[in-house]
Ligand binder design. Sequence first.
Ligand code: ADP
Ligand code: GLC
Length: 490
Amino acid sequence: MYIIQIASECAPVAKVGGLGDVVFGLSRELEIRGNAVEIILPKYDCLRYDKIFGLQVAYQDLWVPWYGGAIHCTVFFGFVDGRKCFFIDAHGEHNFFNRRTFYGQHDDDQRFAFFCRAALEFMLKSNKHPDVIHCHDWQTGLVPVLLYEIYQQLGMRHPRVCYTLHNLQHQGVTREHILRAAGLNRHAYFYHQDRLQDNFNSSALNLMKGGIVYANFVTTVSPRYLDEILYSAQNYGLGHTLHVHRGKLGGILNGLDYDVWNPETDRHIPRRYGLEHLDDKFVNKAALRSRFWLRDALRPVVCYVGRLDQQKGLPLVAHAIHYCLNQGCQFVLLGTAADGRIAHQFQELKRHYNDHPDCHIELGFNEELSHLIYAGAEMIIVPSLFEPCGLTQMIGLKYGTVPIVRATGGLADTIFDADYAPKPYHERNGYTFNDFNNAGIESALHRAIGLWYSYPRYFRELMENGMRCDYSWNHPGQHYLNVYEYIRDK
Ligand code: ADP
Ligand code: GLC
């Protein structure tokens, strides 16, 4: 099968969070299974160009229709760890992708609506007729809309669209100008509750809703999250739309690319290790301590790696730091905040713990360092308010770093409580809690830290149980292929 992924992220060249990992990992798995896969991305100026091999012009003068005129683009091609990627470079006054950042610009709606239009225009002009276009999140919600309303009539009759929802908190809610910009000119037709009109605000336009309405199949990144968005307020207003389109919805748990996330082969850690030689993990613990000037003592290292966003349960992260330090642990945090207020709070926290011998807070995005933290820590906390899938708990498992998570979304689908899960002990792999408050996370931390101090043998068994879990792309890869075949043949 021939599949084109259209996305705003792909690891390691354009990664803000898990979306990047998923686009890369799924593409790799699909290729291993004999499919032809291409990825279309914006050519951001902040791409990791050191990770792109053989970058060259693939299409010189692409004129992309925009507000009655057209914007001049150049499309580049390059390999990203073996994956075939096309990068759309938009010239002209808007300078859409040269902002030194991926997201967070005042005109993000236009930047990504333009990206959708450009991706399809490129496919049309370069005669690409994939069986399936797979697009992701609100940034590419317009792809199926444009395909069925414009590009089919221009000859692109073949492709079907699979649309994956990674996070319903961000829906690309915008205004009418986007329709005119993208060439969707029948205002009343698109501004309809059955199409792109926002369910909350009748004068707003919702790009993610457009993706859900127009795609042939819609997936969420875990089965539990699908349940939650259908039956709780977590859908941020898209509940009705999801119910109307219930027949084409599915929940597929993300995989983890064990070529990238594997302590036995990881190039970013000082000592590789696996189930057979787990003691070598502690060489990494020592390296992590010396990197962050933490003292050498008989204490477990607890970590947090992730975006500093309300979604991630930040008050509980902050509380966990204080609690762990009081309970005889060390704590390491790696994170970035897009929001200025949150950034400030964590800078304050960093200042507060600056000279603490058991705590280090690292603010910034650092892929290589994240590997050392996963390898060196013994526990990882993920106390999210909601979590569509979550990858850090799965990475933790693979690295023998016991996850302590709030039982929501994909976290509930992957982590099974050491004391209470209705499963045999060898299938339990971490600690979970329900209540989104300090007592909730303490109830899980208390048990985890207690096990580490009082029953090290059992703690080690828990680490090993996690390392034995298979959250590779093997199963989800097959699920996605089933979806692709289903929509192709329909
Ligand atoms: P989300 O997509 O909501 O951010 P996920 O758990 O799905 O959460 O994926 C997060 C991914 O981003 C993981 O690969 C994690 O290691 C990585 N990551 C998050 N923050 C940072 C950071 N500050 N530095 C390096 N990697 C990070
Ligand atoms: C989103 C979600 C996260 C998920 C990731 C990849 O960013 O917040 O839970 O793991 O997408 O699907």
